[in-house]
Design a protein around this ligand. Structure first.
Ligand SMILES: [Zn+2]
Length: 265
């Protein structure tokens, strides 16, 4: 499942087409990633419109076009964006191809868990404005996070960090990284964290999200060896801080890694 930084990586791959006109739209209309859209209007509006820019919030991307056209793209499990030469022949899973004079912008999704949402209007689509603030933005405040944890007081903090209605874009490895940095055991109840511990979690969220956006989304590099990320997958992986062997269990329905020394229960 693509997380925050991976989504940002793919979003930037369409940057090559910003400021340029779409001269042709090709799509596999029968595919479920397009369900619920007025495809005739989408075709009419996007054809001949300029790609103006884009933004990602969590796993959701929004591309803005001229003529009041907007395309929301969610990558689902296996979706990818890329750019290709202008005359490239689309493959079986290239479900959306926007042709430009200098390149083709492609959305590929073999398993079809992704989603394309077309909107026509002067303002951003309503579903976009309803998304929670990005975790690296000033809108994501400690107070908002505290209130959210209170409402889920008995759930393990690991599971709560994966809830997208507050922690938009946080996926499994990022949640583990955050708790390791905040020195919180992943099974602790969200409502039992002290004010100081909650603050540490909030700070770790900002650090991990901005670090992941900077490092991973640039060229898909891994974070440095000082991150838990680099050790959590290895068998017998050790804590980069103290060398203790990492513990693993399923918490909140997901495989979780933590350091028993840094994160005592
Ligand atoms: Zn440790």
């Amino acid at each position: 499942m693509p997380e925050l930084a991976e989504v940002e990586y793919f979003r930037r791959r369409w940057d090559a087409g910003v400021g340029r006109k779409i001269v042709g739209v090709e799509l596999h209309v029968e595919k479920r990633i397009f369900r619920g859209n007025d495809l005739a209007t989408m075709h009419r509006v996007i054809s001949g419109a300029k790609l103006i820019g884009s933004e990602a919030r969590g796993k959701q991307m929004l591309f803005r076009f001229g003529k009041g056209g907007w395309l929301g793209i969610h990558l689902g499990m296996t979706g990818e964006l890329r750019h290709e030469p202008p005359d490239f022949a689309a493959g079986k899973h290239d479900h959306l191809v926007l042709r430009q004079a200098r390149q083709s912008l492609v959305f590929n999704d073999p398993r079809l868990f992704g989603r394309v949402l077309f909107h026509h209007g002067t303002n951003e689509p309503e579903w976009w404005t309803r998304l929670p603030p990005a975790l690296t933005s000033p809108g994501f405040t400690l107070e908002k996070m505290q209130a959210f944890l209170k409402r889920r007081a008995r759930a393990p903090i690991k599971g709560v960090l994966l809830q997208q209605e507050c922690f938009i874009g946080i996926g499994n490895w990022m949640a583990d990284e955050i708790l390791w940095r905040a020195k919180i055991h992943p099974r602790r109840a969200a409502g039992q964290l002290s004010a100081a511990e909650t603050r540490e979690v909030w700070k770790a969220i900002r650090f991990v999200c901005s670090g992941a956006l900077r490092i991973v989304s640039k060229d898909y590099s891994d974070p440095p060896p000082s991150w838990l990320f680099r050790h959590r997958w290895e068998k017998g992986g050790r804590c980069p801080e103290d060398g203790a062997e990492l513990a693993r269990a399923t918490i909140g329905g997901r495989t979780t890694a933590w350091c028993p020394k840094c994160q005592p229960n």
